[in-house]
Design a protein around this ligand. Structure first.
Ligand code: ADE
Length: 235
């Protein structure tokens, strides 16, 4: 997959030169390119922002540098994503859809954001990380890139399957424990040491249901629940 990021702060994306996303780049599962759209400004001072028509606080990113930066890309079928608190909420389902694309372009806004003509003429997806306001789109783009890249084929080894991830099943994931079986008197639940796989599966499912019920009851509306799940929740 190709991922191109239009940003005024390309250095921020060095955060993706670590761990699994770095390995995914090294192994060419993803080719990540940052483009500083200030380089496309026709203003001799490299200006990319201006005051909003109609007044109001803050500055807006002007159309010219962004349109020209986009026009410099090769013709391709791609999603062009802008991160904004007014967008549709990002989700695991969206990450799964995007992981099937050949190319994603992330447009990172700053200040009060982009002139609306950029949204109207260039952008295919307006997406928010959640109900809070960030200073710019970069951290949101990095978060979304991380969520997509880990889903690309062969990025996580077979042993680190993501089929049980929180949200993939429609529920929050169950708790995990590793050695030692007892630490400072705190014990791992006996069932996990029992070697009884059916009991372990049942415990994990119940823990997922319990967590989801306590922390994110909204998810239960769309989760596919068995009769046994429903009996557990009713108990
Ligand atoms: N940019 C500013 N705030 C944001 C948010 N909540 N989600 C995505 N991008 C943003």
């Amino acid at each position: 997959m190709n991922i191109r990021v239009l940003t005024l702060f390309p250095e921020m994306f060095s955060a993706l030169d670590h761990s699994i996303v770095k390995r995914a780049q090294d192994d060419q599962h993803v080719i990540l390119e940052t483009i500083n759209f200030r380089d496309f400004s026709t203003n001799r001072h490299g200006k990319v922002d201006d005051y909003p028509y109609g007044g109001g606080a803050g500055m807006l990113l002007t159309p010219q540098p962004v349109f020209d930066a986009m026009a410099s890309l090769p013709e391709r079928k791609r999603r062009i994503i802008v991160m904004t608190p007014t967008g549709k909420r990002f989700s695991q389902r969206m990450a799964e859809e995007w992981a099937n694309e050949e190319e994603l372009v992330f447009l990172c806004g700053h200040y009060e954001g982009f002139d609306q003509r950029i949204h109207d003429q260039l952008v295919t997806d307006e997406v928010s990380l959640g109900d809070f306001v960030l200073t710019g789109g970069e951290l949101a783009a990095m978060t979304m890139i991380d969520a997509v890249v880990r889903l690309l084929p062969d990025v996580l080894g077979a042993s680190a399957s993501h089929e049980d991830d929180s949200f993939s099943t429609g529920l929050l994931e169950y708790p995990h424990y590793t050695r030692p079986a007892e630490y400072k008197g705190y014990r791992v639940p006996d069932v996990l040491l029992s070697g009884n796989h059916a009991r372990i599966e049942k415990w994990r499912r119940e823990q997922s249901l319990k967590r989801t019920y306590e922390r994110r009851p909204d998810l239960l509306v769309d989760a596919s629940l068995t009769d046994e799940d429903q009996r557990y929740l009713d108990s």
